[in-house]
Design a protein around this ligand. Sequence first.
Ligand SMILES: *[C@@H]1O[C@H](CO)[C@@H](O)[C@H](O)[C@H]1NC(C)=O
Length: 312
Amino acid sequence: MFYFQLVIMAGTVLLAYYFEYTDTFPVHIQGFFCFDKAFSKPYPGPDESSNVPPVLVYSLVAAIPTITILAGEVMVFFMRSEGMLEKTIVTADCCYFNPLLRRIVRFLGVYTFGVFTTTIFASAGQVVTGNQTPHFLSACRPNYTALGCHSNLQYITERKACTGNPLIVASARKSFPSKDAALSVFSAVYTVMYVTLVFRTKGTRLTKPTLSLTLLCLAMLVGVVRVAEYRNHWADVLAGYFTGGAIAVFLVTCVINSFQQTKPPPMPVRPQRPESVLGMPMVALPCVESPLEKLSGTQVRGGSGLVAGLHT
Ligand SMILES: *[C@@H]1O[C@H](CO)[C@@H](O)[C@H](O)[C@H]1NC(C)=O
């Protein structure tokens, strides 16, 4: 069954690739009002010239959770008392995983899956809606004389109305939701939930909130810069935040939750109410089969699962 998860993963990566680098899914062509002020902001240059270029966003999205999870798992592994460790776990009749490696593969695997899912959600939204960026008319450079524009109430549906660079025009049609905002919020929320739920060491009382708020603040900033540079509207950024945040919450509460052993592990030393996580009553989310859950063999489901699962 482990190989089946790899097939799903490969499919997700492939779909994200097709959205990102090919024109397999052509963007929906929306019309526009002549001289529309909402789309007439100056062209800010290609994404690479932004203050927060994609290279920086994607590097941080890849590096910060990876480093946090690796450091966290190594710390948890060495601070754990010997009795609580399972020695080796038989996985899918084929491989033996060391428990440290198994947890790292689990958290990073679900994270990677989430990154590509978020990319697909955001790209699909952009292609299907075809909403224009605030600098759309500057990139499109319609010939208003030829189109017969006199007032700003005229709506242009002409598909070949743009005279600008076709590549820039095509990317100026992909605005809703903001992919950068979605990816950075996904990354931040996943990391924050990981840190909050896994680190239960004394003396981390202010470390955890500081780290969490810093990450969330950085992620929000990505969206704010997108708006400030006329690359997205507020609605695009808010929809991006929501997409990324919702996917992260879903993956942590539903999918990681279901990574459990047949034998429930001993409960953490610190007593806690089983129905409560982060001091809030746990919401009973409708959980589906996880694409990666078979990684750890059979599992038990239940309301108290999240806390127990994270301490496996
Ligand atoms: C716009 O269209 C008009 C009429 O077709 C043409 O005379 C004019 O040269 C065009 N202007 C530009 C900048 O292409």
